[in-house]
Structures are given as C-alpha cells and as structure tokens.
Design a protein around this ligand. Structure first.
Ligand code: GLP
Length: 242
C-alpha cells in the first residue's frame, strides 16, 4: 500500500487527479470506477481542467460508478447520476454510451444488480477504482455488517449514513433509505484502488481501516488485502497515523 500525504484538500485533489491522469494517458481505454461524495469533487475539477487544456483525453475511457440511491430520478439534484454529470461528465470529452451507473429506479432491483455486475465483467473489469470513505468506514454504500458482501446489491443505509448524507437534502426524511452499491467483492476485483480521504473527522476511521483488524464492521479494512492500493490523504486525515 502506498500512502501519499498531502498538505490539504486541494493538494490531495491535485495529486489524485495526477494519478488518474497517468492511468488515462498510459491506458486510454481504461475502465475507471468512480465515486461520489464531497471528497472527489476537487479531483474531478482538476481532471476537467486537464481535459480542457488538452492534456488528458477521455474519448475511449469507460466509467462505472460505485453506487446510486434507490428511488431518486436521474434528474434529482441528489442522485449520483446528476452528481457525476454535473461534476465531471459534462466537463470532459467522455462518450455518453461509455458511462455506467446503477439505475436506482429499476423496477426489478435484483436484476439491476446482476445486470450491473455483467456490465463490469463485459468491460473486462475495473482498471482503477476511486474510493472515498464514510465516517463509519463504508466504501461505496457497503455499510458496517457482520459479513462482507460480494456483488452489487441493494443496501439498507444505516442511521449514521442517512444522518451524514442529510446535509445534501432539505430534511433528513428526504434521504433515501436504500441504495444499490457495488459489493466489496466487486471493488476488490479492481486492478488498482485509489482511496481519497480528507479532514480530521476521518482520521480515526482511516487509521482503523488501514491498520486495525480486518473486520466487516469496518468495511474499508478489507482494502488491507488488496495488492495495489494507493491512499491519497491530507495531513488532517492522516493525523492519527503519522
Ligand atoms: C457516500 C458515498 C461514498 C462516499 C462517502 C463519503 O455515502 N456513497 O461513496 O465515499 O459517502 O462521502 P464524503 O466524501 O462526502 O465524506
């Protein structure tokens, strides 16, 4: 595991964007696994800038997103579909047909989950998976549990995640209670993982994820078993470690 310690959020975002850019430049047909949340927004801004300057070309890149809320329309401002188009896809030269997110409005969610796994498999798997981390250690929407979930599945969000994400909604009751998320197995099959983390409020969970026992109660702790993880975190997030 490589850990890059950065000064602050901006520095984290630039470093992460450089790593993603290197992947795209060296392997222009890569499959990128993408994440939502506040953490990767700065990195997406940097990537958009690099694309605009002609330094990075996304025309042959494919993307798969980690997760999506159940029941939100794509046009809903808090859907992850809307998030990704707003923060990245509308700003880069990616092809619409190369972008994939789970459909949280599918009538048959079980089928949606198995179809999503099949899409990833058909693409040949994920070359580089970007991850943030929830305050309870979730990755994607894989919540603390007694077992690691393997494939894309429907998740009942925990109270702590609903509270954490209520900052994006008018009121807490508006936060969807369920989501479709890649499983831990799906994430672990990615050839490379890039974990981003910023801020003091994440320092304890980052420490536990990287150094405590591997336990599904801290879903991100499974990353210790992945052969190619790069952590890019600012000094606040790393303050419990170094
Ligand atoms: C959300 C997403 C995760 C994200 C996490 C942290 O619930 N499903 O993919 O990593 O929360 O979000 P933030 O970066 O805003 O702290």
């Amino acid at each position: 595991m490589k850990i890059f310690k950065t000064r602050d959020y901006n520095d984290m975002s630039r470093t992460a964007a450089n790593i993603v850019s290197a992947q795209v430049i060296l392997f222009p047909k890569s499959v990128l696994g993408l994440a939502t949340g506040d953490t990767p927004i700065g990195m997406y801004n940097q990537l958009a800038k690099k694309c605009d300057q002609g330094d990075v070309d996304f025309c042959a890149i494919k993307t798969v997103n980690l997760d999506e809320y159940v029941g939100l329309a794509r046009e809903h401002e808090q859907s992850y579909y809307y998030f990704m188009w707003t923060h990245l896809f509308n700003k880069i030269n990616i092809k619409r047909e190369n972008v994939f997110l789970p459909n949280g409005q599918a009538n048959d969610l079980e089928k949606e989950c198995s179809d999503y796994e099949a899409i990833i498999e058909r693409m040949g798997g994920i070359d580089l998976q970007v991850l943030g981390i929830g305050c309870n250690g979730h990755i994607g929407f894989n919540e603390p549990s007694s077992a690691f979930t393997k494939n894309t599945h429907v998740v009942n969000l925990t109270e702590s995640t609903i509270s954490a994400n209520s900052r994006f909604f008018d009121k807490k009751e508006d936060v969807p209670k369920r989501a479709v998320s890649m499983g831990i197995g799906t994430i672990m099959q990615a050839r490379r993982i890039l974990l981003l983390c910023s801020g003091k409020q994440k320092s304890e969970i980052l420490y536990q994820s990287l150094y405590a026992d591997i336990d599904p109660i801290i879903p991100a702790s499974i990353l210790q078993l992945h052969p190619n993880v790069t952590v890019v975190a600012d000094q606040d997030a790393l303050s419990a470690i170094v």
